[in-house]
Design a binder for this molecule. Structure first.
Ligand code: ADP
Ligand code: MG
Length: 328
């Protein structure tokens, strides 16, 4: 009897092993980027996750004429769904924490630089001044009502939407009993649980000078969000000068903080995404000061002169490169 039990247990394990060691996988294009979803679980859950990504994209996209954000930007007021409102509140929380380095009202500047339509160009000073007069998250603070937002500026959630979406998908999969998943939403990586084979997750950090190669990698187990913001991700050159797509709301110009990229590690995807953009704008010194007074994120900074700096809590995860540890 004991032997029979052992054999049937083995069989069950083998059968589970067969389905669980091979993830259901899907590649899609959404939110203007390539996304990969790997879920150790039922294939229909991946389809549900894809539908959810497309639903959030349709709500949050700044360029989709049917989105809620588009309607708000066009009409100056809109009724927002709970999802859009939730993300707007999260975005403002990051703005407050980073003294406006992350600012969801940055859209007039994004438009002035032509980053939305592949019409990138250096704007005139008049165009920059006009755009800057509309930017400032403080202007949004008393405009937020749970059901209706009215605002004479314009909102862009592009610096946080992918991280928020990754978090939503992980929460959804967890609620369905999934124990392991790996999401890469255009470089926003989010893991759920540990790999069934017990191996660590390995996520490379792109070399800003050769983004198809890695300067090193992060090895870890368990659930984590890792988001990188870098000047190399979208840019144009004019008169021999490079201009990238992460803008400093205070100057109106592409952030010029001496950083080539920032990778943020956090348990919340939206936080990791919003902070990666913000820390890139803030630069090492201010970003490090923020880290010292926080306990919900770690970061890897790549400087323009080739330095690699990593906060204490992430140092043991970083491999295959020389780096300096930032201590508390
Ligand atoms: P990406 O989404 O390109 O991977 P980020 O998360 O850093 O990288 O977001 C950059 C996008 O966020 C820009 O394309 C623009 O739409 C928007 N953005 C640019 N500067 C800021 C800023 N200071 N605060 C908030 N959003 C910004
Ligand atoms: Mg971001």
């Amino acid at each position: 009897m004991k032997k029979l039990c052992a054999i049937s247990l083995l069989l069950v394990c083998l059968l589970c092993g067969c389905t669980e060691s091979v993830p259901a996988e899907r590649e899609i294009f959404a939110m203007d980027t390539l996304m990969t979803l790997r879920v150790w679980g039922d294939d229909t859950l991946v389809s549900d996750a894809v539908s959810e990504i497309n639903r959030l994209d349709a709500l949050l996209s700044v360029t989709n004429e049917n989105s809620e954000i588009f309607a708000l930007n066009r009409d100056g007021e809109a009724e927002l769904s709970a999802d859009t409102y939730d993300l707007l509140v999260k975005a403002i929380a990051v703005s407050r924490r980073t003294d406006g380095a992350f600012d969801p009202t940055v859209y007039p500047l994004v438009v002035a630089w032509g980053f939305t339509k592949d019409e990138q160009h250096v704007p005139t000073q008049e165009a920059l001044d006009a755009a800057r007069s509309l930017v400032g998250y403080e202007r949004l603070l008393n405009r937020l009502d749970v059901t209706c937002v009215s605002f004479d500026g314009r909102i862009d959630l592009g610096g946080i939407a992918k991280g928020y979406t990754a978090q939503r998908i992980v929460d959804f999969l967890r609620s369905k009993g999934v124990e392991t998943a790996f999401l890469s939403l255009g470089g926003n990586v989010q893991t759920l649980g540990s790999k069934p084979d017990g191996e660590a997750w390995v996520v490379g950090i792109a070399d800003p000078d050769r983004p198809s190669q890695a300067i090193g990698c992060l090895r870890f187990s368990g659930s984590l969000a890792l988001v990188t913001s870098g000047g190399y991700q979208r840019y144009f050159d004019e008169n021999g000068v490079r201009y990238h797509h992460i803008l400093d709301p205070k100057t109106g110009y592409p952030a010029d903080s001496g950083l080539a990229s920032v990778t943020v590690l956090a348990h919340d995807g939206a936080l990791a995404d919003g902070l990666s953009t913000a820390l890139f704008v803030m630069g090492m010194e201010k970003a490090t000061a923020l880290w010292r007074e926080s306990d919900d994120f770690e970061a890897v900074f790549l400087t323009e002169d080739g330095g690699i700096f990593v906060t204490e809590g992430a140092a043991s995860l970083l491999r295959d490169c020389e780096f300096t540890v930032i201590e508390r």
